[in-house]
Write a protein that binds this ligand. Structure first.
Ligand SMILES: *Cc1c(COP(=O)(O)O)cnc(C)c1O
Length: 392
């Protein structure tokens, strides 16, 4: 692929990596010198530091966010026969994590304005067998902790947060990861805190869940060669932990950058509301960490999302769709028995949403160019939009 010089990428981590180049190399070299590649010193240090940043007692480093969900739910006692509620519009890993426990996933629709799980729909879906809800702090915005806690206490279920997109997000005085009995984080490279490969963490204030997860990730052995659980091998690499530990002190600043960029988008996009283009609503205020900045190209807009995306691409502006197909319509999960129409809000968002470029270090003039181009395509010059889909 030819990348033009004026391209605005969807994500660009190069400035962040350049800034930390020396520090990160030194941290990696320390691991190479020590040779503690598995469960080394940096893993323990990062577990302690990240758990503290989340405001909870324990961090258990695992191989990826998906494992953090699967092993975390298992450590919290979720098992076959249980029902677990989760939103239909999430990255499929949430569903995979739930299903790996053997529990039955119960999907629910989302709030059309925030794209977060609709807790009224969740309440309606609760049965005798419901044991847990997995709220997803989607795009970096937390599901209301007070509303979650009220739901959980009313129906006596546990909350297990999918915080993979919400590193250090805050809402109502809670940090992401400190609301439920436990929470899953991912350090996939493009997340707000990203490794140089895969990585994940379970965070919890509960001693028993922490201990169970430590056992499960390490072949089910609380003591070497003595296996009390049917476990697995899922550990955070020491090299990745060293990278993450080096980056962690910068996370707050990067999140602040993301927030400022989002505010600039909000302001510049405001005049486009009457043309059917509006950002997904932020109800967290400054606690939103904007893993993604997502707009909806509404039905009143005279072009559709796919045309907007293709035309932006023609103008060297890269965008994403998170996600184009909801979990319940994925072929792999047809056996769950949902159909088109099961979750209308989630389905509509999948057709209409577009994630704009967003990364720490993105400049004001880049944000401006993105919005001006959207405006040109969708408002000023309707004819410009026709070309792209036809000529591809
Ligand atoms: C990234 C992500 C995950 C999975 O994390 P991996 O580290 O890729 O396994 C889970 N849930 C959500 C919402 C995510 O965005």
């Amino acid at each position: 692929m030819n990348i033009a010089a004026n391209t605005i990428p969807f994500v660009d981590l190069s400035s962040q990596n350049r800034l930390l180049d020396t520090e990160i190399h030194a941290a990696i070299n320390r691991v190479l010198d020590q040779g503690d590649f598995v469960m080394g010193e940096a893993v323990r240090s990062f577990e302690i530091a990240f758990a503290q940043a989340c405001g909870v007692k324990h961090g258990i480093g695992v191989a990826c966010g998906t494992d953090a969900i699967a092993l975390g739910l298992q450590a919290a006692g979720i098992k076959p026969g249980d029902e677990v509620i989760l939103p239909a519009n999430t990255f499929v890993a949430t569903l995979i994590g739930v299903m790996r426990t053997g529990a039955t996933p119960v999907l629910v629709d989302c709030d059309p304005n925030t794209a977060l799980i609709d807790l009224n729909a969740a309440a309606t879906a609760i049965t005798q067998r419901t044991r847990a809800i997995v709220p997803v702090h989607l795009y970096g915005q937390m599901v209301s902790p007070s509303a979650l806690l009220e739901l959980a206490s009313t129906y006596d279920i546990i909350i297990f947060e999918d915080a993979a997109q919400a590193h250090l997000a805050e809402c109502e005085g809670y940090r992401a990861g400190s609301v439920g009995v436990a929470a899953a984080y991912s350090f996939y490279p493009s997340k707000n805190l990203g490794a140089f490969g895969d990585g994940g963490m379970l965070v919890t204030r509960n001693d028993d869940i922490a201990q169970a997860a430590q056992t499960l990730r390490n072949y089910g052995a609380p003591r070497k060669y003595y296996h009390t659980e049917v476990g697995t091998n899922s550990r955070l690499d020491t090299i990745q932990a060293a990278v993450l530990l080096t980056k962690l002190p910068y996370l707050d600043g990067w999140n602040g950058d993301r927030y400022r960029i989002a505010q600039q988008y909000d302001t510049l996009l405001q005049p486009l509301a009457e043309f059917g283009i509006r950002p997904i609503q932020n109800q967290n205020g400054q606690g939103h960490v904007y893993h993604l900045y997502v707009i909806e190209v509404g039905e009143t807009c005279h072009i559709d999302r796919d045309v907007l995306q293709a035309t932006l691409n023609d103008h060297n502006i890269q965008t994403g769709i998170h996600y184009p197909l909801p979990c319940h319509l994925q072929p792999a999960y047809a056996t769950l028995g949902y159909k088109e129409g099961s979750f209308p809000h989630a389905e509509r968002l999948c057709r209409n949403i577009l994630s704009l470029p967003m990364y720490p270090g993105m400049s004001e003039s880049q944000v401006q160019r993105v919005v001006e181009t959207i405006q040109m395509i969708s408002v000023d010059n309707p004819a410009a939009s026709a070309h792209s889909l036809l000529t591809r």
